[in-house]
Design a binder for this molecule. Sequence first.
Ligand code: HEC
Ligand code: HEC
Ligand code: HEC
Length: 397
Amino acid sequence: MVGVAVMLAAPAFAAPDPARIEAGRYQAILADCIGCHTAPGGKAFAGGVLLDTPFGKLATPNITPDKATGLGNWSAADFRAAVKTGMAPGGRRLYPAMPYPAYARISDADLNDLWAYLQSLAPVRNPVNVNQLAFPFNIRGLMAGWNWLYFKTAAIQPQPGKSAAFSRGEYLVNGPGHCGACHTPKNLFGADTAAALTGSALQGWFAPDITAAPRRGIGGWHVSEVVTYLKTGHNSHAMATGPMAEVIENSTALMRDADLAAIATYLTALPGDGAAPAPLSAGDARMKEGALVYDSNCRGCHNSGGGGQSLIFPPLAANPVVQQQSADSLIRVVLAGTQSAQTARAPTAAAMPSFAWRLNDVEVAAVLTYIRNAWGNAAAPVSPDAVTKTRRSMPRH
Ligand code: HEC
Ligand code: HEC
Ligand code: HEC
């Protein structure tokens, strides 16, 4: 009976090939299509997620096979052109908030599988008002100029002397995984700069340096520790609490172990930019005040040496998140508190309480300056002004 139901549900024009659909489902995981195209509480792939771009708001379209509001009238060639070049049917140019500059590296065969998978989904009627950008950014034709200047994706050629795992990792990170969309610093026009994967501010968070750069990057992580983080959201160095928690739940936690190992092999072999600042001296007034705030507010969970406690309270010593150039996400964590990623493999997660009501801006700046420069850490001090600015930008803090 199951077989009959499948045949009835299939589109009349093509017999569904279960192997291709399954292969396509995995491509959607590698590329995290669901993360952007599924609204919280909404139907999978039916769109409606409001994205904050530097140029205004853009809602994601419905990519289920609904004829009226989705991709029901598209061909496989239409789909490949949109995903790889940002050109939708009728010459409509997509904004690079849809990460086609990275997806350009996905092979046509993999995209055909992904198309077979999307076609196998139930159509969902969900009209979305996509373009909510302000003038002049709402003019799609501007993207022709953007593409001419910045759309320079080249196919990744295996580098001589590198392992197969490194090459696979390079492809996954810079192709379907589009990790640089968050982790690579952007120029004024929202295009990637040359400092690939060295960290970038994003919507009040900071996507850290994920090269092997000392202190700021993940050079101190073993390949297996990178895999554990991408699989569960936790390892002995860090926990995912912000936008990365969603990437992990929707994408990396569902990737095959060999693909995670390939990503880890590639990232831990990237040199990054080696420069690291010298720590502030313990005699600095900000360090002294910060130590006092730490002892009465943080030590109970994060421990006296900043060592944390097993997988429950993350260590702050030698933690790259604590030593990034921008302290935005740290300010946010202390003011708002957090709840780390919950995945099937690590279902229980501890929370960090909010300190917005308890510490003033000078105290938050001092304690962050302290944890960034104690126990062998080193990073620029945090100013009370930066805390004030972040506090104002957050709802109810
Ligand atoms: C980082 C967020 C993000 C991710 C990840 C993402 N998309 Fe998109 N996508 C968008 C946005 C935003 C648009 C609307 C762009 C525009 O209209 O200019 C879009 C547009 C599209 C369109 C054009 C639809 C139309 O009606 O114009 C298709 C097709 C599409 N995405 C498919 C995919 C597929 C397949 C994946 C995974 C391989 C994917 N997207 C991953 C954000 C994303
Ligand atoms: C939507 C933006 C976004 C995307 C896409 C993204 N990341 Fe992240 N990532 C972040 C942010 C923000 C953090 C900081 C921690 C958090 O959000 O909880 C982070 C943290 C990390 C960390 C931990 C670094 C540390 O020092 O603690 C690793 C490793 C990482 N990401 C790897 C990846 C990989 C690999 C990919 C691509 C498969 C990826 N990220 C894609 C935003 C993103
Ligand atoms: C009640 C226990 C508790 C207290 C008190 C506490 N924290 Fe946390 N903290 C946590 C937990 C749990 C996490 C991980 C949160 C998560 O992943 O959701 C965390 C995460 C963090 C992180 C992010 C680390 C990373 O790798 O992403 C920083 C930074 C931090 N805490 C700093 C502080 C500071 C500074 C104080 C004092 C002002 C403090 N914490 C007080 C429990 C606590």
